[in-house]
Ligand binder design. Structure first.
Ligand SMILES: C[S@@+](CC[C@H](N)C(=O)[O-])C[C@H]1O[C@@H](n2cnc3c(N)ncnc32)[C@H](O)[C@@H]1O
Length: 380
């Protein structure tokens, strides 16, 4: 047994919760790999090619064997997470093993605390409807070109899980604004009904008749009685029953504002909106004091998107919700990677409302921007 194998043996004798393998060998098929403990006796390897992820579950007693098969053959760097420490190991160009240990600041084994990396959606157990939707192959692999979208909807669902798993309510009524092909609606339906075991009703709204027809056909075919898709402009939709949650993933331009405004009007408990193209503010922006912002096209575009989302978050807070904005997905999976998430507060704070309103007015006054959401909520 060489020094590296001995080291791996010692590490695998600890309660390893997660391991991350990087610095792939030139001849390796994989770019990265992770190993996670998914139950007391089971681990899962996730191997990543450029565009695809492959999963394999294996019993805990095989951990050492599996780690030896990855490190250092396919990857020359590894990190092993236990609740207490992170153990780092690297093989130098000369083949020497270097290793260190640091305190684990996020004991669930995650690297970044603002991100939820629990894998709620198990790609191996997705129902066959996802093959018909066109996101996975008949034998259960995510289609290369859909991998980024799949990542987005999984992370979106994981962030919903963070809130909903604590909510004792047994029935949820959800509206998906600008649902498109509805991968997100179907994953969320699967999550609520199969993983949480709750009753769920999801209504998807979109302008495109063909995608709405296809989604309704698939929902009926697979017996998803709680799913319904409506072809309409989101502006014209009226809900028959109060929705508990409004979701919008990349609903175009101001469709995000309509989604948020309707959620607030309905008194929905949760809002999850990942905005898409944001053209509206670009037509209006006229800074009083910071004219240089509009001198460069890309800076202007990004600034307008940031001001729009800042105003949206402030308007949501003004309307009695707690709200934050998080990067729900790495940039490589979508540049439109901000998620506005909000939860209705039990009661409003009048002093705070006045302060938030003056912040909103201050932004509008400085930049000359008055977004759709502001008109819908404040000009009633
Ligand atoms: C970028 S796609 C996103 C689709 C889906 N949510 C996803 O993430 O895969 C935006 C969708 O919003 C729909 N949409 C845009 N404006 C809309 C409106 N006013 N009413 C209904 N649907 C709208 C478009 O038809 C399109 O399918």
């Amino acid at each position: 047994m060489n020094e590296t194998e001995k080291y791996i043996g010692e590490i695998c004798a600890l309660d390893v919760k997660k391991a991350v393998f990087s610095l792939a060998a030139k001849d390796s098929n994989y770019k990265k790999a992770t190993v996670r403990k998914i139950s007391e006796n089971t681990y899962q390897i996730e191997r990543f090619t450029e565009k695809q992820a492959f999963h394999e579950n294996f019993p805990a007693e095989k951990l050492e064997e599996k780690v030896n098969s990855l490190f250092p053959k396919d990857f020359s760097q590894a990190e092993f997470f236990t609740d207490e420490y992170v153990y780092g190991a690297k093989i130098t160009k000369k083949g020497t093993l270097l290793h260190n240990r640091r305190k684990n600041d996020s004991p669930d084994g995650e690297i970044s605390h603002n991100r939820v990396k629990k894998h709620i959606i198990d790609v191996e157990n997705l129902p066959p409807v996802f093959a018909e939707l066109g996101i996975m192959t008949g034998d259960g692999k995510i289609i290369n070109s859909k991998y980024d979208k799949f990542k987005q909807i999984c992370r979106f669902t994981e962030l919903i899980n963070d809130e909903v798993a604590k909510d004792p309510k047994e029935t949820f009524n959800i509206i998906d604004f600008g649902c498109g092909k509805s991968y997100l609606s179907f994953v969320i339906y699967h999550y609520f009904s199969e993983i949480l075991g709750k009753k769920v009703r999801i209504t998807g709204l979109d302008l495109k008749q063909d995608v709405i027809d296809k989604c309704n056909t698939l929902a009926r075919k697979y017996g998803y009685d709680g799913m319904n898709f409506v072809c309409c402009d989101v502006n014209d939709y009226t809900a028959e029953e109060k929705p508990d949650m409004v979701i919008a993933l990349h609903a175009c331009d101001t469709a995000t504002d309509i989604a948020i405004a309707r959620a607030i009007d309905w008194g929905a408990d949760y809002i999850f909106a990942a905005p898409c193209c944001q053209k509206e503010a670009r037509k209006m922006i006229k800074p009083k004091n910071f004219g240089i912002i509009t001198d460069y096209g890309i800076i202007n575009e990004r600034f307008c998107a940031m001001i729009t989302d800042t105003l949206r978050a402030k308007l949501i807070e003004y309307s009695g919700y707690s709200c934050d904005i998080t990067e729900f997905i790495d940039m490589e999976h979508s540049p439109k990677n901000l998620l506005i998430r909000a939860k209705k507060k039990p009661s409003a704070d009048r002093y705070k409302k006045a302060k938030i309103l003056s912040q909103i007015e201050g932004i509008k006054d400085e930049f000359g921007i008055d977004i759709t959401l502001s008109k819908l909520l404040l000009n009633k």
